[in-house]
Design a protein. Sequence first.
Length: 500
Amino acid sequence: MAFLLGIDLGTSSVKAVIIDERTHIRGIGQREYPLLVPRPGYAEQNAEDWWQAVVVAVRGAVAQADTRQIDAIGFSGHMHSGVLLDSAHKPVGPAIIWADQRTSGLIDEVVSRAGWERFASIAGTLPAAGFMAPNLYWLQRNDPQQLDRARSVLLPKDYLRFRMTGEIATEPSDASATALFDIQQRRWSSVIIEALGLPPGLWPEVIESSAVAGTLTRTAADELGLPAGISAVAGSADQPAQAMGNGLIDPGLGSVTIGTGGQLFAPLLKPRIDERLRLHTFCHAAADRWYLLGAMLSAGLSLRWLRDVQGMAQDPDAYEKLASLANEVPPGAGGLFFLPYLVGERAPIMDPLARGGFIGLTLQHGLGHLTRAIMEGVAFTMRDILDLMLALGTPIEQLLASGNGLRNPVWRHIMADVLARPLRLSTGAERAGVGAAVLAGQGIGIYKSLAEVKEAVAMPFEITEPDARRAAIYAEQFARYRQVYPLLKETFHSLSRDSR
């Protein structure tokens, strides 16, 4: 029996997942780390915090699995950002992560430097605040000494693999989410990099996601409590990793995810690019596959905000209590809308200066209405993304519900009703970690084809069917919801300019 380790580096914590070759979970370890906000709009993390958390998480998973036999290691990580390393391979500063908004005022300039057409035809995406492309461009203008000291740049999960193997590399799924990558050729785009004036020598070698990138060094092995010499594969970005863990490899089955952010994911056999670039087209972890992604920034984050301002942050049952209150409120939240643009927004409006807000608030509204409005507002944004994907001809026959937010039955039923589609909820847990481990299994030949991967990760699931009456109510509400942002856009922009 083979055992595989998947390491999933999230925004707030890392999880280590040990599976057997049938993808049964044998052990899980987890450790949190801080999000640094040195100034309003900034979002940074220290790479050393990631590593120290990985050590704790891996040791926890090994203890729970009661085995030190690990045949291969795979990686998954939060997307778009990077950590710069100097000539001694030490970080030159904190990693600017995906939630950072300091570059929101530079996006138009970045796009103009390389050109809309280049981003569309080469990168398959416009750069957004928090992406590596504008982050490095910002450093070039505002902290050039940091960029001058850098000799390489690594995406978050690639840094972990470097700490384990001493080898510097990346792979297409994560690299394609930087807006500096050629998604057709699956290599760094010298055209975009030169247009932005970025240093030519920073970019790591690109190998496929399941390719072995090195072996576990003795130093790292001693820290992790593992034998040295274990093969480590390149891994993937977290969205493709959860897709691999759920069998979302071929077109037809998509996923809707509610975590800190929210994503709608649709696999593709060839790149399909929205000419207005309201969606992202990225490389899949599966070779010769791509995917269309609509990403919103404040999905679960919006509900966490409400929890915190209600003074419920220390209550372990806070989300269940809020969901129970929301369940007592009829669909439509008593005429209350919520715009979930707390840190700007990506899909489908691509507006870093957008603001959040409750619209239609009255004295009759209580905490249950606010909670339900947040859940509905997130679902309406997902409906907007889904409609856009379908209009582009993307085949989405079924949707899989993913992420902790949709584990809650209240939010899951709202999502099914708003999308007017049944949602499949897998009984499997930690799918990004499992997907990372499966990539490791591919790398050492346990899974010899994508068909074998899909068979290995297949799990029982339950279906949440939409209710026809509620779906009809939401169809009317959604039409009104789509009218709100265009009316407030200029006000949002002026508020954002005034707060700088």
